[in-house]
Ligand binder design. Structure first.
Ligand SMILES: [Zn+2]
Length: 305
């Protein structure tokens, strides 16, 4: 009896089954078989409601993930987040003052790749609130005063252009003036090719500026997050009094694929991940996002003594 009912159920679902007078009354009848909605008419699930971990495929709501500081509750994968999220959880009571936020990028060279640079900038300005790939803010972190410069990967891959260089430098001046430690959170693909040589000059500018901070006896902490590449790791990214990183972050100069094709050899497992860099002496330590705030405050205290 049970078997028969199961069969009925199946037949109902597929729209098949006994026809004519023999047919039992059904609660559901499919008139046409298969899924007929054309792709164009499909309704998308609203974006940002659910989040799937790229490492372990664990699915949770974005709210749950945000409460966990965008760290996967199952496998501890640190999701990429922007400056707003970092400022949110680092600064006490989410209170901070944003500095130098009126500096904007300009297309000085009339550069065109797939589209003109100026058009690219206009599009991002229309889409986001970001003015450039780095924001600078000051406030208290667990009671300790800090200046935190943080990159936004969303803005042309967090690339280093004249604006980032200028903001970086002014942030150093601000630190010296107010005797504050400097934290830079890096997340970038490297130099901004649309600014060509102007972009490369920022490597020297920012590195030079850091020696002024050092002369003033103030600490510079470089936090490398996933991913940090090219001009950033070739300049201020690796110049910290402390170079620290988030777990599992990809950090390097050239990407693994380029290196593999150049040296024609397989790369070791975990190559360019923070854990690999720590083992080879490039990092001082790895810090979990949840411990970051507390750790920063501790460091600020130690450096002051
Ligand atoms: Zn996960």
């Amino acid at each position: 009896m049970k078997k028969e009912r199961e069969e009925d159920f199946e037949a109902n679902l597929t729209g098949e089954g006994p026809q004519g007078d023999d047919a039992k009354p059904r609660w559901f009848k499919r008139i046409r078989k298969g899924i007929l909605t054309s792709t164009a008419d499909k309704k998308e699930t609203p974006e940002g409601l659910w989040n799937k971990c790229p490492e372990c495929n664990y699915i949770c709501t974005t709210t749950e993930l945000a409460e966990n500081l965008y760290v996967c509750p199952k496998c501890n994968h640190h999701h990429r987040i922007g400056s707003a999220d970092y400022y949110d959880f680092l600064f006490d009571n989410n209170e901070y003052i944003e500095l130098f936020d009126q500096i904007k990028s300009k297309d000085a060279l009339g550069f065109t790749d797939l589209k003109p640079y100026q058009k690219r900038l206009d599009e991002i300005h229309a889409k986001t609130d970001l003015k450039d790939s780095m924001r600078v803010a000051t406030g208290k972190v667990d009671g300790e005063g800090f200046v935190i410069a943080c990159m936004d990967f969303e803005f042309i891959g967090g690339s280093l252009g004249s604006v980032m260089g200028e903001k970086f430098s002014r942030a150093v001046d601000y630190c010296i003036e107010h005797k504050l430690p400097y934290l830079v959170i890096s997340k970038s693909g490297g130099a901004r090719m649309m600014e060509s040589a102007f972009s490369l000059m920022q490597l020297a500018k920012t590195s030079g500026k850091l020696s002024q901070l050092s002369d003033a006896g103030l600490p510079y902490i470089s936090l490398l997050t996933d991913p940090t590449f090219g001009g950033i790791s070739a300049s201020f990214g690796m110049l910290g009094d402390l170079n620290i990183a988030e777990p599992g972050a990809l950090i390097g100069f050239a990407g693994p694929r380029v290196i593999k094709e150049t040296i024609k050899r397989d790369l070791p497992e975990g190559f360019q991940r923070s854990e690999f860099l720590l083992e080879h002496g490039f990092l001082d330590f790895i810090v979990e996002r949840k411990q970051l705030k507390q750790k920063l405050a501790q460091l600020a205290m130690h450096f002051r003594k």
